[in-house]
Write a protein that binds this ligand. Structure first.
Ligand SMILES: C[S@@+](CC[C@H](N)C(=O)[O-])C[C@H]1O[C@@H](n2cnc3c(N)ncnc32)[C@H](O)[C@@H]1O
Length: 241
């Protein structure tokens, strides 16, 4: 199992109780998840895997869009506990099954899902190709893999000032938005998060050009990328098996 996933787990243990009150308050985040759902073209009766389900924000939007069934996985017990409590209160535990599982060791039979979705989660995994290859294998023929994430390449040397400029360029509007929608609590959390992007401390973002390239190499036949209106740095991608 990838050693880089341990600090991420610690980070989400700390963040879990505040998640819905910080990132969950930012309207742009919800719009990104809605774009991911729209691009998946989910239909009634389809079976969906949500990788990095977190507090369930994406899965709940899938359920609004179609009468589908969902398995959500996460490697943070704390995030998952919040999700399961929420599903319990909403009385929809039969629609979303939560399982503790690391994205780097997906344990599902081949051709299990119509859709695999992952929003702002897979950038926590450093070595992405084997995960995307595994996702390709657990999708049914004609299945779709959807990512919603930020379009910023944070790879490279930490001492590279051009790289730092690129990340700061993304962070500036993001932090203003966090303050506007999430108040001081939202700003403070996203500010800490920004430092993690800069230092590659559990955050390993790549550009959507790089995501698309990995998808093609993993065997996907076609990849479509869309930007969010007004938020060019946030995109969703749909890869067709
Ligand atoms: C930023 S949250 C996103 C949650 C949700 N998808 C959303 O969009 O609001 C990232 C989630 O991915 C989970 N995660 C990070 N690395 C993971 C891994 N290797 N395997 C499974 N889940 C992981 C974290 O625990 C966290 O719940």
């Amino acid at each position: 199992m990838e050693s880089t996933t341990q600090p991420t787990r610690e980070w989400f243990k700390d963040w879990a109780n505040e998640y819905d009150n910080t990132l969950g308050k930012i309207k742009r985040h919800h719009q990104l998840l809605e774009l991911a759902v729209k691009m998946s073209k989910v239909k009634d009766g389809e079976h969906v895997l949500d990788i990095g389900i977190g507090t369930g924000l994406t899965s709940l939007k899938f359920l609004k869009a179609a009468d589908c069934t969902i398995i959500g996985i996460d490697n943070s017990r704390d995030m998952m506990d919040i999700c399961t409590d929420k599903l319990d209160k909403l009385g929809i535990k039969d629609k979303i099954e939560c399982r503790m599982m690391n994205a780097v060791s997906l344990d599902f039979p081949k051709e299990s899902f119509d859709i695999v979705v992952s929003t702002v989660s897979l950038h926590h995994v450093k070595n992405k190709y084997p995960v995307i290859k595994a996702i390709h294998s657990i999708l049914k023929p004609g299945g779709r893999f959807v990512i919603g994430d930020l379009d910023v390449d944070t790879t490279g040397k930490l001492t590279d000032s051009k790289r730092l400029m690129r990340i700061l360029d993304y962070l500036m509007p993001e932090l203003v938005l966090a303050l506007k929608d999430g108040g001081i609590e939202g700003f403070s959390r996203m500010y800490d998060n920004g430092k993690k992007h800069i230092l590659n401390d559990g955050e390993y973002c790549i550009s959507f050009e790089q995501w698309a390239d990995i998808c093609y190499r993993a065997g996907f036949a076609k990849v479509v990328v869309k930007s969010m209106p007004n938020f060019e740095r946030f995109k969703a991608l749909c890869a067709y098996k």
